[in-house]
Design a protein around this ligand. Structure first.
Ligand code: PEP
Ligand code: MG
Length: 325
């Protein structure tokens, strides 16, 4: 049974009524690129670049990063790779670089904040990504953006790096798409403002759930409260997708909900442009998409959006999956 699902993993994720969704992969390590190809991933929607910074004794050099990124881009070509800039901190720390003395690391110096305070490292990574972009299949994405001022500061750094590379005659693709992760409630509510400044959004539901519901994603004592179908989460995702589309940019979801069979029909109903998930889950998710219609996904979405409690939405989607698949 599983081998049959696996055999079909190269078919497009197209609903019975012809709506197609791009299915990309999330990876953490270079070696995982083979599992993307093996499982029918249509590119890499999230490369968590921080993992190659962990478990080592010194920062990698620009040259090392460039070689890694260039190889990655050429292996998946003509499909794309979205390089997320360093998301170090909180649950992604290296004993060598930390631990920082923070009472609340998840609310502390992580991701883009860490990069803004470690400019040399950040710029080296941006240069490496840009140098690896010459084939034309590379995008760059910034994690944990919380507001407009911060986004503009990051853009300025990015544009400075590009300007410097031009001056040095260092080739790169001028059209590299520039996106941000929407994973903080503050970013959700100003998604309409942020959308005017970027080429795409990727909704990081792992952190969005953590920060919206106030639940540490690594804390098992409260994991029962970690609910993707909570009305606040569904409304947030919907709001971001609509704000993005209103501004004419693409919207992706790259959190674990994209690998959740119960959530996928709802995400479909929101008409996302793409989803990005762990490679092993791709064949099963593609299969569900191929067995459904956009009409029924929209219908289910409408029903869950009218739920005021997560228990109701959980029940609805479970009924749906059991009767349909
Ligand atoms: C997320 O927060 O949903 C996400 C995809 O990023 P990460 O899990 O790496 O924080
Ligand atoms: Mg995140």
């Amino acid at each position: 049974y599983y081998s049959q699902i696996k055999r079909n993993c190269y078919l497009p994720a197209e609903t019975i009524d012809g709506y197609q969704m791009q299915v990309l992969a999330n990876i953490e390590l270079f070696e995982e690129v083979t599992s993307v190809i093996d499982n029918g991933g249509e590119g890499i929607g999230l490369y968590r670049t921080e993992y190659s910074f962990l478990n080592r004794n010194s920062w990698p050099s620009e040259e090392e990063l460039y070689e890694e990124y260039r190889d990655m881009a050429s292996i998946v070509y003509p499909q794309k790779v979205v390089f997320r800039t360093l998301d170090l901190g909180a649950d992604k720390i290296s004993p060598h670089f930390g631990p920082l003395e923070e009472v609340n690391p998840a609310l502390g110096l992580r991701a883009i904040r860490f990069c803004q305070q470690n400019l040399g490292l950040f710029k080296a990574q941006l240069r490496a990504i840009l140098r690896a972009s010459t084939l034309g299949n590379v995008a760059v994405m910034f994690p944990m953006i919380s507001g407009l001022q911060e986004l503009r500061e990051v853009k300025e750094i990015y544009f400075d790096v590009r300007e410097e590379m031009r001056r040095q005659g260092q080739p790169f693709n001028e059209e590299v798409p520039f996106g941000i992760m929407i994973e903080l409630p503050s970013a959700v509510f100003i998604a309409d403002v942020l959308a005017r400044e970027v080429d795409f959004f990727s909704i990081g539901t792992n952190d969005l759930i953590q920060y919206s519901l106030g639940i540490d994603r690594t804390n098992r004592y409260v994991s029962y409260l970690y609910q993707p179908l909570h009305p606040a989460i569904l409304r947030s995702i919907k709001y971001v997708v609509d704000a993005g589309h209103e501004a004419g940019i693409e919207v992706n979801v790259c959190g674990e909900v994209a690998a959740d069979p119960y959530c996928i029909p709802i995400l479909m109903g929101m008409q996302l442009d793409s989803i990005s998930l762990n490679p092993q889950a791709i064949p099963g998710i593609k299969r569900i998409i191929r067995q459904t219609t956009m009409d029924e996904c929209k219908d289910l979405l409408k029903q869950v959006l009218s739920c005021s409690q997560v228990q109701q939405s959980n029940r609805l989607v479970r009924e749906k999956i059991f009767t349909r698949f």
